[in-house]
Design a protein around this ligand. Structure first.
Ligand SMILES: NC(=O)C1=CN([C@@H]2O[C@H](COP(=O)(O)OP(=O)(O)OC[C@H]3O[C@@H](n4cnc5c(N)ncnc54)[C@H](OP(=O)(O)O)[C@@H]3O)[C@@H](O)[C@H]2O)C=CC1
Ligand SMILES: O=C(O)[C@@H]1CCC=N1
Length: 271
């Protein structure tokens, strides 16, 4: 990928996942600066030769690309404090949930080149999934840079309508937590049945990995077929799946994903 100087505003969970994922691809550490007010985060980055600063404005002025990686709640304050920076020659990538391009444009001076991204933390292990959106005015060069940045740490998918970023959040940004919750529940159940923590963890994580790998490596096979191939008539799997179906797992999942989308829409209005 093209090499540009990138600054991350906010050095929290998601920024760390992308930065450390990028380093694994060989992206030069000295082209990345992370800005965060918490000095205790400094060594986390500097020990990997990534630059660290508590001065957002000076860092942004020196960078080609700014990645907004702060919580949506502080988006207005963080962007307003950068109103003296001229963004006309810079690419702005926002990974903030629910914050619209319109909002960022209004807060930053001459910020015409904005790409919204909804990544997820598996970027840390080069298996991220990001949804991307840009308005029609954003040049192909900037769109390609944003895409290659996220492709360096996983896969990408563009959406044409910004409103679809709410849905993407339910599918990429938030979804690793759904799988973690499911695995936590399985692990707890195994502990309750007498296995050790180590046994339970290994059994759950390797089965989850194997299932995900089968999905990825068999793109033409329906998910339902993969499920059916495990499920012998009158057997053990059927007994387990009957419980999920009786308890309406599919409806629960749909309600959860809709709640995610609704919260994203609410946050768009709030922040
Ligand atoms: N976590 C995830 O899985 C995903 C998160 N996102 C989005 O990424 C963004 C960041 O989330 P996440 O990494 O989880 O959040 P974190 O709270 O882990 O990280 C945000 C960091 O920004 C710091 N910060 C606060 N104010 C400033 C400032 N003025 N300048 C620079 N840094 C500042 C925070 O410090 P302090 O803690 O002191 O406030 C914190 O260290 C959010 O907008 C979220 O919606 C998107 C996809 C997935
Ligand atoms: O929970 C959140 O709001 C953020 C956005 C997607 C994942 N984490």
């Amino acid at each position: 990928m093209q090499q540009k100087s990138i600054c991350f505003i906010g050095g929290g969970n998601m920024a760390q996942a992308i930065v450390f994922g990028l380093l694994k691809t060989g992206y030069p550490a000295n082209l990345i600066t992370v800005c965060d007010p918490n000095e205790d985060k400094r060594s986390l980055f500097t020990e990997k030769k990534v630059l660290f600063s508590t001065d957002n404005q000076t860092t942004v002025e020196k960078s080609d690309v700014m990645v907004l990686a702060v919580k949506p709640q502080v988006a207005s304050d963080v962007c307003s404090a950068l109103s003296a920076v001229d963004f006309s020659e810079k690419l702005v990538i926002s990974i903030m949930a629910a914050i619209s391009v319109e909002k960022i444009t209004a807060l930053l001076f001459h910020a015409d080149n904005i790409v919204r991204v909804m990544p997820n933390t598996p970027a840390l292990v080069s298996t991220g999934m990001s949804g991307l959106f840009a308005r029609a005015n954003v040049s192909m060069e900037y769109k390609q840079f944003a895409e290659s940045l996220l492709q360096a740490v996983g896969q990408t998918c563009w959406v044409e309508n910004e409103s679809d970023m709410h849905t993407v959040t339910a599918a990429s940004g938030s979804s690793p937590a759904y799988f973690f919750l499911f695995m936590e529940a399985m692990q707890q159940s195994l502990l309750n049945m007498g296995l050790t923590v180590q046994q339970a963890r290994l059994l759950v994580q390797q089965s989850a990995l194997g299932a995900a790998k089968m999905v990825v490596e068999n793109p033409t096979v329906e998910l339902a077929t993969l499920r059916q191939n495990v499920t012998s008539k009158g057997g053990t799997t059927a007994a387990a799946l009957n419980v999920f179906n009786e308890k309406q797992l599919a409806q629960i999942v749909e309600q959860a994903m809709l709640a995610c989308v609704e919260r994203s829409k609410e946050m768009e209005k709030l922040f």
